[in-house]
Design a protein around this ligand. Structure first.
Ligand SMILES: C[S@@+](CC[C@H](N)C(=O)[O-])C[C@H]1O[C@@H](n2cnc3c(N)ncnc32)[C@H](O)[C@@H]1O
Length: 293
């Protein structure tokens, strides 16, 4: 049987970084592995297609260098191997989930509706740990900045993929000046602030709404409000249609067409992805791969 040819080789700088890092690296469980990969991502990523391969190379490197890893609380090789395997399974699953059609479709929808297209300076809020919609937009718009409370990839790693990033919560003191379009796909607690800030600064926005914030409010007050009642206080001119809040000059008919074209039904898509996922087979397949002779 012919082995699949491996196209990714650990980049020299990445290898040197890990080599240096292991001199100081003290294994302190799963979080430590995530932190180390995040630092490594600055050297390992040049294009989105490097994402999964970089994880595999990183895990192989750690597994092959167990003897160099210092241990907190005297943990065993076995527990380091378990943490690395768990990291690998989980981050590859997250990457598969994010680098998928629903996020590509959201990026397409944003692009179609963006007032200035390739000249657009987009600000995406709550894009997730792997901010794939921002990554998909990076090649198409003039500038993209993404903000979330946690990323699995470092600032430099995301910069290599064309995305400026800030790891923090978006709130009433966040700055959006200089951006021409503010967007979000289910950015929970940020929604109200996005609408408020955009209304104040007169910046176009498009937000796919989720229920999280409304559920929190119900827990606190006993009544579940509607997005309409919450957002009208932030922007008297907000338009809400089919789970989107926006202030764009676009008809509901046009929005309907685009929602249909880009199949904006994330729940259905994500469920299918999880149920049909050949994720575990993929992991096995990748592990079975041999470097080309
Ligand atoms: C439901 S997830 C959606 C993630 C991704 N956009 C998607 O559609 O799968 C909500 C994301 O918004 C982020 N988030 C929630 N509140 C936020 C805030 N105030 N500022 C920035 N990010 C926030 C969370 O960290 C999380 O990544």
């Amino acid at each position: 049987m012919q082995m699949k040819k491996k196209v990714y080789n650990m980049r020299k700088e990445g290898l040197e970084f890990l080599d240096r890092a292991l001199e100081f690296y003290v294994h302190d469980g799963l979080d430590g592995v995530y932190d180390l990969y995040k630092d490594y991502s600055a050297y390992a990523l040049e294009t989105p297609s490097d994402l999964k391969d970089s994880v595999i190379e990183f895990c192989n490197f750690l597994n092959n260098n167990l003897y160099r890893i210092k241990r907190k609380y005297g943990c065993s090789d076995e527990s380091i191997l378990r943490a690395v395997a768990s990291f690998k399974r989980s981050i590859l699953f997250t990457m598969d989930r994010y680098m998928s059609e629903p996020y590509q479709n959201f990026a397409n929808l944003v692009y179609e509706l963006s007032p200035s297209k390739s000249k657009e300076k987009v600000f995406e809020v709550g894009a997730g740990k792997i901010p794939s919609s921002s990554i998909y937009l990076a090649d198409r718009v003039d500038q993209i900045k993404t903000i979330d409370s946690e990323f699995y990839i470092s600032k430099v790693g995301l910069q290599n993929l064309g995305v400026d990033s800030e790891e923090r919560f978006f709130n009433s003191s966040s700055k959006i000046d200089g951006y021409s379009f503010v967007v979000g796909r289910c950015p929970c607690s940020a929604i109200k602030y996005m609408v408020e800030k955009c209304a104040q600064a007169n910046i176009p926005y498009l937000i796919k709404l989720c229920d999280c914030e409304l559920i929190v409010r119900k827990r606190n007050s006993g009544v579940k409000p509607t997005w309409g009642s919450v957002l009208l206080q932030a922007d008297a001119d907000v338009k809400i249609y089919k789970n989107f809040a926006y202030n764009l000059d676009v008809s509901e008919e046009m929005l309907d067409k685009l929602i249909e074209r880009y199949d904006m039904n994330p729940t259905k898509k994500l469920k299918n992805l999880i149920v049909d996922s050949s994720f575990f087979e993929k992991i096995k397949f990748v592990e079975d791969e041999e470097p080309s002779a």
